[in-house]
Every structure is written in structure tokens, then in C-alpha cells.
Ligand binder design. Structure first.
Ligand SMILES: CCC/C=C/C(=O)SCCNC(=O)CCNC(=O)[C@H](O)C(C)(C)COP(=O)([O-])OP(=O)([O-])OC[C@H]1O[C@@H](n2cnc3c(N)ncnc32)[C@H](O)[C@@H]1OP(=O)([O-])[O-]
Ligand SMILES: Cc1cc2nc3c(=O)[nH]c(=O)nc-3n(C[C@H](O)[C@H](O)[C@H](O)COP(=O)(O)OP(=O)(O)OC[C@H]3O[C@@H](n4cnc5c(N)ncnc54)[C@H](O)[C@@H]3O)c2cc1C
Length: 663
């Protein structure tokens, strides 16, 4: 029997101004792609082999086992079903894994990409097939207990021994122990080890090495290898993030991944075209995080928006029925800016990935001139999108009141599994400072009259426009993009001026950089925000968009820009680019936009097209039948298996009896 839809949600859907299917097609790249997505999702969601008890009811060990079993099944089935393209795999795995990863995720996300990107053809012949077939399972072992950010400062050593043509691997200090790599604790038998290369006592910096850590026969650690799980974390319960120490482990010379740099048998070192090519896997993953952040935020917003239409609370007017909480404008102000941000990062994430694909193909053909821009753009957007998703997911949880705190909402698990994106693959501030470094260089080049790369070209020639006598339409996307561009250019220019003035005041470059770093991160943030606003607006110029959805998407884009503008209003007012009256106008527009978006809110989240199985949230159910399912879910909780829990007999009963006896 099909459950009846909650009448409030039904009405919301009937009243929408557009057909959400049209936006779904836009978001996923066309009707065919949506069809394929749904086929693959339904294949995964209806497969009884993937069914199991709620992970939230399990111990960490059970979660690890369950997700490992599921990961293995998933990999096996994808092979059998010939699900091979990256897009198809994404659709299928998202439905199998929901908001979790599995213990072999880093094998797919980083180990394999490192082989594709850093191995020679000969090395690919040797390892790629084994890795693609999961004959070997690997992870990316870079971070150490003492250093994650400072990659140049990693302490693990790979010392070349020309006599045997081997590298001797060591973690010479406690702080050199590898720490964090996903899947290393219990699952992987191989790692890509990032280590300092030493030849004849000279250091050549960080390089990647293929290292077997466990026996392929009995999975025991190999001689010289100490490896294990780092223990429970904030989230990621299913993942065995690991530690690893190495004591004089020898590997053949051919195990250094030598696509870009080489060590010849006699110990001659052949330099790479750029030392930063060894960081290539990180750049790829960072580029992908922009889209993932948009999707995670979209899931949270879907849950909170649907629930806010089902949930009724208080009286808006005395004696009137309780309103849907989404009718409170403060609730709209909690959710709609993140709805808009989810769209912004979804679309920007697609653009980021296409920049990545084009640039990496140029790099693999030997043109490394595009690398600095790619690094700066991916670093800044990764940092911005993940931090915005963090704040937004938490806001969505708060918007669900008490029920948001329950695992039944799906929000705690979504948050704790998504929030590492701010830290892993490069800590937020650290990456913003990388973007700032590129901005400073570009700004100085512009002063020398040099031509700048596309994403920073605006840094040449932006003029301060006096505010007096000027009127602005604060809903005009062109004017909003101009405002963000102007703000970014001004803040970049001022950060450069501060850096210069610190140095003129006697500080060396490093101290001046540190003294200016708050302004520098602000510059990187402003630059990244401008890129997002501009990209969102540009995507709406697509002539294939029909007018009904172009109107509603334009409102979202306006809201995204105006909300960013109002929350950072000081930046726009500081040099008089905008006036107080512009900001007041912007605030009024936000209220008016929210009122216009209100009837379309459910359709806008439906358009993300997350089936219930993927949302995994009772609050966000498509049919809105929340309370009945909350109760059923609670009844299934392990504490409710018996009416009287065994601890009553062990502790409570003697305690109560002793108290009674004292009366
Ligand atoms: C949850 C899933 C699993 C998670 C997995 C992980 O977390 S895995 C672990 C993830 N771990 C992390 O993410 C660790 C984060 N830390 C790092 O990535 C680096 O240590 C660093 C980037 C912070 C500094 O690096 P550094 O000290 O070597 O560099 P520097 O500051 O001295 O700058 C020197 C020059 O290099 C340039 N350049 C730098 N990077 C890149 C690049 N990727 N490409 C291109 N270029 C790059 C930079 O722009 C500068 O250029 P300039 O101005 O001279 O022309
Ligand atoms: C869930 C999860 C999964 C992970 N998976 C892997 C994996 O598979 N493989 C792997 O190798 N690693 C992995 N990591 C490690 C991760 O990449 C690092 O934790 C991350 O790069 C941050 O480095 P850190 O821990 O050294 O932070 P730290 O650098 O110690 O950060 C601490 C503070 O210092 C500040 N700081 C540090 N340096 C600077 C600077 N130069 N300027 C200004 N401020 C600075 C930071 O902003 C931050 O506030 C994982 C981490 C997590 C949480």
C-alpha cells in the first residue's frame, strides 16, 4: 500500500510555480543523465544485499564490518553490472553508501588517482590492473602525527641505497608516524607513502612511493611495519583511519612513482618540471570537494525544508491554527540562503571540475603553466564551499528543533561525515592562504602591466567608483557581480598594501606575511566568493533554460549574492562603493525574495532529486509522514529490545531497594 502524502507537503507541491523535473535535468546535465541516475539509484536502493540494521544502532566495530562488507559487494556488483563511467559510479555509490564512506573509499578517491597521475607507463602496467581489480587495496599515506599541513616538513624518509638499488623507508621519530590515512588501520595492504627522498645524504623533498604494508596471504603487517587504527573520531565511524610506523623497510627502486621525477640506478636524480606535481592528487580531490559540499548542503536543506512544511508550531495569530514553521520569516532566513548556497556550489562545483579536467589534460601534455591558477582556484573554492556547507548543515539541524538532534533526522551523521572536508585535503585557513599567495603574485604582476590568467584578470584595471549621486538596482545580477568583483579587487589590493607596509616597517617577508594573514585570508575569501557569484550568474545565461525555471533560479542567485553582500556589508561600505541606502535596499530585496521563494521552496529541494533512501532522514521523507516513522524508528532502537533492560537487574533494582530499605 502506498502511504498517503502529508497534506501540507502535497499542497506545497501543487502550488509550486514550476516543474521541479526541469531543474533536475539542468542540475544533472540533461534528461538522459537523470534517467540513468534514477536507474542506478533504484538498482542500489532496492538490492536486498545492501540492507542492514541502522548504522546508528551499531557499535563502531559493527559499523566498520558492515560498511566493509557493503563496500566489497558494491565494488563487485559494479564490475558485474559494468558500471564503469565516473558519473555512473557516483550515482550508484551515492545510493549504496548514503552519507557514509566505506573502508576502501580512499583506495578509489586517492590511491588509484595517484597511480593514474604519478606512475610511469611501466609502473601502471605493473600495478594499475592489480589496484583496479582490488587485488591490492591501497590508501594515501601522507599525514603524520606531527605534521599534516606542512608537507615539506614531513619526516618519513626514503633513503636510496645504490648498492642494492632499493629505498630504505623509516619513520625516524614518534612525530613521523603516519596518522589518519583512511582504510590504513585494518583494510589496506598497500599505501602510497609520501616521504622525503635522500640520495647520498642529500634531501630532494617529498616523493610518492608504492609500499606493501600487509601480507597478501594472511594480511599480517610485514616485517618492519607497525600499523593499526587511530580510534574513534567525531564521525567517520565506519572508516579505519590508521597509524603506520616503519623501521628499515626496503623497497625496490622501481617503487618510487616516477612519472615526473626519477632516481636512476646509480642514484642520479632527475628533476620534475615542477616539484608541486607530486601534490597532484590533492588538487584533484579538492576540486571535487566543491561539488560534494554543494550536494551535502543540498541534502541538509532538503531535510530541513520538507520538515519545516510538515512541522506546525505556536500561534502566529491568536486563535488561528498553528502555522507551518516555514511560514515564520526567521525560519526562511535560516534556510533559504543555504538553499541558494547549495545551488551556487553545485553549479560552481561543475565548473570547477571542468576547469580541472581541461587543466590536467594540459598538464599531462607537459604544459604546466596552468598549474598555479588551478591550485589557487581549487584551494580557495574547496575552503569556501566546505566551510559554508558546515555552517549551513548545522543551521539546518538547528532549524529542525529538537528532532534535528536525533539521528533519525539524518543530520548528525551527514554533518559529522561531511565536516572533515574543511580539514582533510588541506586545512581551511591554510588553503585560503595558498590562494592569497597566488592573488598577491597576480596583483603584483598586474602592476607590472603583465597579462593575468582568466580567474584573476579582473585584478587589473578595477577602478574605485564614487558612490555619490549613483543609483543602483540591487537586484541586477550584473550590478551584483560588479560589486563582488570590486570588493575582491579592493581587498586584494589592500592586503598587498598591508604586506608591503609591514615590510617597509622592517619585517622580513615571512613576518610581514604572518602579520597580514587575516587580511590575506579575507582577500582569498572575497576572491572565491566573487568567483561563485559570477559562475552562478553565468550558468543562468544558458539559452536552454526555460523561462519558468530561469525566473526561480534567478531569484536564488540574487538571494545568494544579496545575502553574501549583507552579511559582509562592511566590505562594500568601507570604501564607499555601496551606500547605506544600497544595503538597506539589499535587505528589503532579501525579504521580498524570500516571500517569492516561499511557495517554491519544496519544489526547489525536490529538484535535487534525492530519493528517501539517499537522504536517510525521517524528517526529510518525501511523503512527510514524520511522526509515525519517528516512533517506529525509536522502537527499533537496541535499548527497546526488551521492556525491562538487563541493567535494571544489575544496577537499578539494587539501588532502588537499598533506598527503600533506608526509609
Ligand atoms: C576525507 C578524504 C580523505 C582525506 C585525505 C587527505 O586529507 S590526504 C592529505 C591532504 N593533505 C593536505 O592537503 C596538506 C595540505 N598542505 C599542503 O598542501 C602544502 O603543504 C601547502 C600547500 C600548504 C604548502 O606547500 P609548500 O610548503 O610545498 O608550498 P609553499 O607554501 O612554500 O608554496 C610553494 C609554491 O608551491 C605552490 N603550491 C603549493 N601547493 C601546490 C599544489 N598543490 N599545486 C600547485 N602548486 C602548489 C604554491 O602556490 C607556491 O607557488 P609560488 O608562489 O612559489 O609560485
Ligand atoms: C577524516 C579525516 C580523514 C583524513 N584522511 C587522510 C588520508 O587519507 N591521508 C592523509 O594523509 N591524511 C588524511 N587526513 C589528514 C588531513 O589531511 C590533515 O589533518 C589536514 O591536512 C590538516 O593538517 P593538520 O592536521 O596538520 O592540521 P594543523 O596544520 O596542525 O592545523 C591546526 C591549526 O593550525 C593552523 N595552521 C597550520 N599551519 C598554518 C599556517 N601555515 N598558517 C596559518 N595557520 C596554520 C590551522 O589553520 C589550524 O587552525 C585526514 C584527516 C581527517 C580529519
Amino acid at each position: 500500500m502506498v502511504a498517503k502524502m502529508n497534506p501540507d507537503l502535497k499542497k506545497e507541491r501543487e502550488n509550486a510555480s514550476f516543474d521541479p523535473e526541469k531543474i533536475t535535468n539542468f542540475l544533472y546535465g540533461g534528461q538522459e543523465s537523470v534517467k540513468r541516475k534514477r536507474e542506478l539509484e533504484s538498482l542500489a536502493l532496492n538490492d536486498p544485499d545492501y540492507q542492514h540494521e541502522d548504522l546508528n544502532f551499531m557499535s563502531r566495530e559493527q559499523q566498520y564490518e558492515t560498511q566493509l562488507k557493503k563496500g566489497i559487494l558494491m565494488v563487485t556488483k559494479m564490475k558485474e553490472l559494468k558500471i564503469t563511467s565516473a558519473q555512473d559510479q557516483l550515482f550508484y555509490t551515492s545510493a549504496v553508501l548514503v552519507s557514509d564512506v566505506h573502508p576502501m573509499s580512499v583506495h578509489t578517491r586517492m590511491f588509484l588517482p595517484t597511480l593514474y597521475g604519478q606512475a610511469t607507463e611501466q609502473q601502471k602496467d605493473k600495478w594499475l590492473k592489480l589496484a583496479e581489480n582490488y587485488t591490492i587495496i591501497g590508501t594515501y599515506a601522507q599525514t603524520e602525527i606531527g605534521h599534516g599541513t606542512f608537507v615539506r616538513g614531513l619526516e618519513t624518509t626514503a633513503t636510496y641505497d645504490p648498492k642494492t638499488q632499493e629505498f630504505i623507508l623509516n619513520t625516524p621519530t614518534l612525530s613521523a608516524s603516519k596518522w589518519w590515512p583512511g582504510g590504513m588501520g585494518k583494510t589496506s595492504n598497500y599505501v602510497v607513502l609520501m616521504a622525503q627522498l635522500y640520495i647520498y645524504g642529500k634531501s630532494y623533498g617529498i616523493h610518492p612511493f608504492m609500499l606493501q604494508i600487509r601480507s597478501l596471504e594472511d594480511h599480517k603487517p610485514l616485517p618492519g611495519v607497525t600499523v593499526g587504527d587511530i580510534g574513534p573520531k567525531f564521525g567517520y565511524d565506519v572508516m579505519d583511519n590508521g597509524f603506520l610506523s616503519l623501521n628499515n623497510v626496503r623497497i625496490p627502486r622501481e617503487n618510487m612513482l616516477m612519472k615526473y621525477s626519477r632516481v636512476e640506478p646509480d642514484g642520479t636524480y632527475v628533476r620534475p618540471p615542477s616539484t608541486k606535481l607530486a601534490y597532484g592528487t590533492m588538487v584533484q580531490v579538492r576540486a571535487g570537494i566543491v561539488m560534494f559540499s554543494g550536494m551535502n548542503l543540498a541534502k541538509a536543506v532538503t531535510i530541513a525544508t520538507r520538515y519545516s512544511c510538515v512541522r506546525r508550531q505556536s500561534e502566529m495569530k491568536p486563535g488561528h491554527p498553528e502555522p507551518q514553521v516555514l511560514d515564520y520569516v526567521t525560519q526562511q532566513y535560516k534556510l533559504f540562503p543555504y538553499l541558494a548556497a547549495a545551488y551556487a556550489f553545485w553549479l560552481t562545483g561543475q565548473t570547477m571540475m571542468s576547469v580541472y579536467t581541461t587543466s590536467s589534460s594540459q598538464i599531462s601534455k607537459g604544459d604546466i603553466s596552468v598549474l598555479p591558477e588551478l591550485h589557487a582556484l581549487s584551494a580557495g573554492l574547496k575552503a569556501l564551499s566546505s566551510s559554508m556547507a558546515n555552517v549551513g548543515m548545522e543551521e539546518c539541524r538547528l532549524a529542525c528543533g529538537g528532532h534535528g538532534y536525533s539521528h533519525a533526522s539524518g543530520l548528525p551523521r551527514l554533518y559529522t561525515n561531511a565536516t572533515p572536508a574543511s580539514t582533510a585535503e588541506g586545512e581551511h585557513v591554510v588553503l585560503m592562504l595558498q590562494t592569497a599567495r597566488y592573488l598577491m603574485k597576480s596583483y603584483n604582476q598586474s602592476l607590472q602591466g603583465e597579462k593575468l590568467a582568466g580567474s584573476v584578470a579582473y585584478l587589473s584595471g578595477v577602478q574605485l567608483v564614487p558612490a555619490a549621486g549613483r543609483t543602483r538596482n540591487m537586484l541586477d545580477l550584473g550590478a551584483l557581480c560588479d560589486a563582488f568583483r570590486h570588493r575582491a579587487a579592493r581587498i586584494v589590493g589592500e592586503a598587498a598594501a598591508q604586506l608591503r607596509s609591514e615590510m617597509q616597517g622592517g619585517k622580513d617577508q615571512a613576518d610581514a606575511w604572518n602579520a597580514s594573514s587575516v587580511d590575506l585570508t579575507k582577500a582569498a575569501m572575497a576572491h572565491s566568493q566573487y568567483f561563485v557569484v559570477k559562475t552562478f550568474a553565468e550558468r543562468l545565461t544558458d539559452s536552454r533554460l526555460d523561462s519558468s525555471i530561469s525566473a526561480v533560479l534567478t531569484r536564488l542567485c540574487q538571494l545568494h549574492a544579496l545575502h553574501g553582500l549583507v552579511t559582509n556589508s562592511g566590505d562594500f561600505l568601507e570604501d564607499g562603493y555601496l551606500t547605506g541606502s544600497d544595503i538597506r535596499q539589499a535587505r528589503r530585496h532579501i525579504n521580498a525574495l524570500m516571500a517569492k521563494l516561499r511557495p517554491d521552496a519544496v519544489a526547489l529541494v525536490d529538484a535535487f532529486d534525492f530519493p528517501d533512501g539517499i537522504l536517510n532522514s525521517i524528517l526529510g521523507r518525501y511523503d512527510g509522514n514524520v511522526y509515525q516513522h519517528l516512533l517506529e524508528w525509536a522502537k527499533a532502537s537496541p535499548l527497546n529490545k526488551t521492556d525491562v533492560h538487563q541493567s535494571y537487574h544489575k544496577y537499578l533494582k539494587p539501588f532502588l531497594e537499598a533506598n527503600r530499605a533506608k526509609l
